[in-house]
Design a protein around this ligand. Structure first.
Ligand code: UDP
Ligand code: GLC
Ligand code: MN
Length: 322
């Protein structure tokens, strides 16, 4: 039975994040399946894109902790729906899975994670005795799912989201290196360590309230317009946007761009991206790129490999600096 990366999107914004994540995993050469759990609220346009990129798209009910007291401590009232993540234990068609938040990006192949047992994760940067639930290795099981739901009902979650429940349920988790869930905003809090080890990062996590798809992108400079306080995220945000512009945006139908089913923030981002035009990676024209994309043939080992996209961004940033 196959193994899979599993992610979650309850709305179009996170679904676009998940599309970039999926392309990044393919660009670094994963050999595992890609599976996404979605809520029915994800628009039909985005759902059909998801079907073209993921091996499996599973519609699930939204579970919400409705625990505003704990969520306000976390200053993230919107995270009650992350209880929906618990559905990932029901995916018993897979023998082992790695759950990844939709706000993550693969920059090197993380497939070696599948060698680890349930529950393997990375320390949370806010409270390192806990693991961060943006990435965890687990074994699907209806029995475990039932126990998790039972615990949720009886004791709730100390942070109002999935991370509180999972840390209570798996107190003896296995720790792996920060390179498997490198929180992008942490890179500047310990700069010497970032300089020493940052190059080993395999999965980058855009943890926090402002997500990559909520930043503005300027195609003239080929870089993201960084909001104050976000400068240190530049290399990773640029990588995220390069994949979005090259591999996701061509599949979003222009005709439906005004569709009310797009969430407001995403609509803004898509419009900005469309107004500003595309990022060009080498001689292939935008039309050729679109046609190739529509045939479902991204060139992950060549033009669309992560190393190639990164080399393009580096060159672009160097030439802008002159
Ligand atoms: N998520 C979702 N819809 C939401 C909020 C969260 O689908 O409205 C999913 C998505 O996969 C997301 C994960 O739950 O990556 C955890 O939320 P988030 O990444 O925003 O939390 P953070 O990592 O910033 O604490
Ligand atoms: C954390 C994690 C996220 C989780 C949230 C709620 O900050 O990064 O994955 O959903 O807490 O528990
Ligand atoms: Mn996250």
């Amino acid at each position: 039975m196959p193994e899979a990366y599993v992610t979650l999107a309850t709305n179009d914004g996170y679904a676009v994040g998940a599309l970039v994540l999926a392309h990044s995993l393919k660009s670094v050469g994963t050999t595992r399946d890609l599976c996404i759990m979605i809520a029915p609220a994800v628009s039909q346009e985005i759902q059909s894109l998801l079907h073209s990129v993921f091996n499996s798209v599973v519609v699930v009910d939204v579970l919400n902790s409705n625990d505003s007291a704990h969520l306000s401590l976390l200053k993230r009232p919107e995270l009650g729906v992350t209880f929906t993540k618990l559905h990932c234990w029901t995916l018993t068609q897979y023998t082992k899975c790695v759950f990844l938040d939709a706000d993550m990006l693969a920059v090197q192949n993380p497939d070696d994670l599948f060698a680890h047992p349930e529950l393997t994760a990375v320390c949370d940067i806010g409270w390192p005795d806990c693991f961060n639930s943006g990435m965890f290795v687990y074994v699907p099981s209806i029995d475990t799912y039932g126990q998790l739901l039972h615990q949720a009902e009886v004791s709730g979650s100390f942070d109002g989201g999935d991370q509180g429940i999972l840390n209570t349920f798996f107190p003896k988790w296995h720790r792996v290196s920060f390179i498997y869930n490198m929180v992008a905003s942490a890179t500047y809090t310990y700069l010497p360590a970032y300089k020493q080890f940052g190059g080993n990062a395999k999965l980058v996590h855009f943890l926090g309230a402002l997500k990559p798809w909520q930043h503005r992108y300027d195609s003239n400079s080929g870089s993201v317009h960084l909001s104050p306080g976000y400068q240190h995220l530049a290399p990773y945000l640029n990588s995220w946007w390069a994949i979005y512009i090259r591999l996701v945006r061509p599949g979003i139908p222009d005709m439906n761009i005004e569709s009310a089913s797009y969430s407001k923030s995403l609509l803004g981002d898509i419009q900005v991206a469309h107004q500003l035009g595309g990022l060009s990676l080498g001689p292939e024209s935008a039309m050729e790129g679109k046609a190739r994309w529509e045939r479902g043939e991204p060139d992950y080992l060549g033009r669309d490999s992560f190393a190639n996209i990164q080399a393009y961004i580096d060159a672009k940033i160097k030439s802008n600096g002159k």
